[in-house]
Ligand binder design. Structure first.
Ligand SMILES: Nc1ncnc2c1ncn2[C@@H]1O[C@H](COP(=O)(O)OP(=O)(O)OP(=O)(O)O)[C@@H](O)[C@H]1O
Ligand SMILES: [Mg+2]
Length: 333
């Protein structure tokens, strides 16, 4: 670290105030007409410039609804939402200019070619002919789609179509790029390619909010993650802090037959370093602090109490572990 003189230190603010959030919600709530469920439930969220922010949650958590309100496609029931300081419900047209959207469905225009899908997006957003043409050409090259410029969008693979939707979404230089489940249904290779693409865009300063139910995606890609369930945020932090918050640095999953609640109690009391023991389907999950002997102790405890041990596995905590700890359920269906 560079040494600083006393005068330099005095000039330095003690704690630089964080810039105003680019996304801000206050008690944001959505109940769809005729529904008894609260899709988004008093959500308070701040996302900052330059972040890749993830909304992680299972089906029906309210991720799409939240993104939908922020991108003016869903009208909130109560509370407020701001993008770039603009109240999205009051000034939807202004808010739209600030947002780039890649939605959960393929929304490319099938009547148009690949290039035209980009070009007409620019025109729709008020860009001139020359600027739209130049941007369409540049983005097709940047996204390695130039060979497909004249092709119908029917000709594109899932991964290519998704890249084209990202190119279209950033065409008008939005303040925030919103992506709803961007890699759902993509093959692993296309998923990795899209992650790199999003990382590149973010390196160039693009703020990104994405929704996902893939814990690896949230973990690898996002600076901060909000874990959502039933319209609420259960936890919000960096992936590392979330994983560190659950207690224990090792997750041991014991698959066994018999009375699993009794097995849970046995393991909780007889294995050293157990921070938490939870009965899960077909077994018990332990969160343990650096137990070198943990496997041996588990096997011995299971044997002493005449349980049939079916499988034993050790892993580091993941965001899935965090979700299970918070809800008692698994993230995946
Ligand atoms: N147009 C709608 N009309 C009525 N209910 C809706 C509508 N859209 C969503 N919902 C309900 O709102 C809740 C939240 O749905 P939402 O689509 O926001 O969740 P999600 O987290 O995006 O889920 P998924 O992972 O399935 O995409 C769910 O209970 C869903 O059934
Ligand atoms: Mg959704």
């Amino acid at each position: 670290m560079k040494q600083m003189s006393a005068t330099q230190l005095a000039a330095e603010p003690a704690m630089p105030a964080r810039a105003a959030p680019i996304i801000h919600t206050e008690e944001l709530t959505k109940v769809y007409p005729g529904s008894r469920l609260t899709a988004v439930d008093h959500l308070n969220l701040d996302v900052y410039v330059g972040e890749i922010f993830g909304l992680l949650g299972p089906n029906g958590a309210g991720k799409t609804t939240t993104a939908g309100i922020l991108t003016t496609r869903v009208v909130p029931s109560s509370g407020r939402a701001f993008v770039g300081g603009i109240d999205v419900a009051r000034h939807p047209a202004l808010a739209k200019q600030l947002s780039g959207i890649v939605s959960q469905q393929n929304t490319l225009d099938r009547q148009l070619t690949v290039w035209e899908n980009l070009y007409f997006h620019g025109r729709l957003f008020g860009m001139g002919r020359a600027a739209s043409k130049e941007t369409a050409d540049r983005l097709l090259t940047q996204f390695q789609l130039e060979k497909w410029a004249k092709a119908s969008v029917y000709a594109l693979s899932g991964g290519m179509a998704q890249r084209l939707m990202v190119a279209r979404a950033i065409f008008h230089r939005p303040a925030v790029l919103f992506l709803d489940e961007p890699t759902a249904g993509l093959d692993p290779q296309s998923r990795l390619a899209l992650w790199s693409l999003l990382e590149e865009l973010n390196k160039d300063g693009q703020t990104i909010l994405l929704t996902t139910h893939y814990m690896e995606e949230a973990d690898q890609l996002c600076d901060r993650v909000a874990i959502m369930d039933h319209g609420r945020i259960l936890a919000l932090d960096t992936p590392a802090s979330l994983k560190g918050s659950i207690g224990g640095d090792t997750v041991v999953t014991v698959r066994a037959a018999g009375d699993l609640e009794r097995l849970r109690q046995v393991l909780e009391t007889e294995v050293e370093g157990v921070r938490q023991a939870q009965a899960v389907e077909g077994g018990v999950r332990l969160q343990v602090t650096s137990g070198k002997k943990v496997m041996r102790e588990v096997v011995q405890a299971v044997g002493r109490h005449d349980f049939d041990l079916l499988d034993l596995s050790v892993a580091e905590p993941t965001l899935e572990t965090v979700f299970i700890t918070l809800t008692g359920r698994e993230l995946r269906d």
